[in-house]
Design a protein. Structure first.
Length: 72
């Protein structure tokens, strides 16, 4: 079993929460259904209505990111 590498497979938020990266999830090979922040599988195993909410939140965050990056 591969050892987790900080900064590659996960990082810590200021609050101390550990967040798994998209690379970690891609290496795992499937959506676990927990609604992970960096899920590269579009939350395919997350039950509705939560899946739709997560996808809307992600789309909104990406739109804000583009606007912020564009204004620099």
């Amino acid at each position: 079993m591969k050892k987790f590498e900080e900064g590659v497979d996960y990082y810590y938020e200021e609050s101390g929460n550990m967040v798994l990266t998209a690379k970690y999830h891609l290496d795992k090979g499937y959506c676990c259904g927990h609604g992970c922040r960096h899920c590269p599988y579009d939350y395919e195993n997350v039950p509705e209505p939560r899946r739709t909410l997560l996808l809307k939140e992600r789309k909104h965050a990406e739109k804000e990111n583009r606007a912020t990056t564009h204004n620099r």
